[in-house]
Design a protein around this ligand. Structure first.
Ligand SMILES: [Zn+2]
Ligand SMILES: [Zn+2]
Length: 136
């Protein structure tokens, strides 16, 4: 499936071709912190199927507990996370689904690192819902 997307301010845009069957959620602590929220949703694109159209992302190299290093790319202007990839010669770009224009069509198939998932995320139906801005 062909997709396109970009950051919130519009500086970074990209196009890619992905397999919608590979959309996944990550509940690891690094993804919670780096996304600024409860979990992250990703879809991988092979190197040859991903291309930046505009902008130059800033890279933050994250070192995992295991010692593994991972390049976290984000917009230097607005801070939107765009993808993660290997630090050198990446073969895959793990695109952040919230930046994909077609994201409503990308339903996750799997969830990883559930042992660190926040306990309420599996029970969102129990959280009071509003169509727009919630009442405070
Ligand atoms: Zn931006
Ligand atoms: Zn993660």
């Amino acid at each position: 499936m062909k997709i396109d997307g970009g950051c919130h301010c519009g500086y970074i845009t990209y196009v890619a071709e992905i397999d919608p069957g590979k959309v996944g959620i990550c509940h690891c602590r690094d993804c919670q912190t780096l996304s600024g929220t409860a979990f992250r949703t990703n879809v991988p694109a092979p190197r040859e199927a991903f291309s930046l159209r505009t902008g130059e992302p800033k890279i933050y190299v994250k070192t995992a507990e295991s010692g593994a290093k991972r390049a976290q790319s984000f917009c230097p202007e607005c801070g939107t996370p765009i993808y993660s990839a290997a630090v050198s010669e990446p073969q895959t770009f793990n695109i952040r689904v919230g930046t994909v224009r077609q994201r409503a069509e990308l339903r996750p198939k799997t969830q990883g690192w559930c042992r660190s998932a926040l306990d309420w995320v599996t029970d969102l139906d129990s959280v009071t819902q509003f169509d727009k801005q919630r009442a405070s």
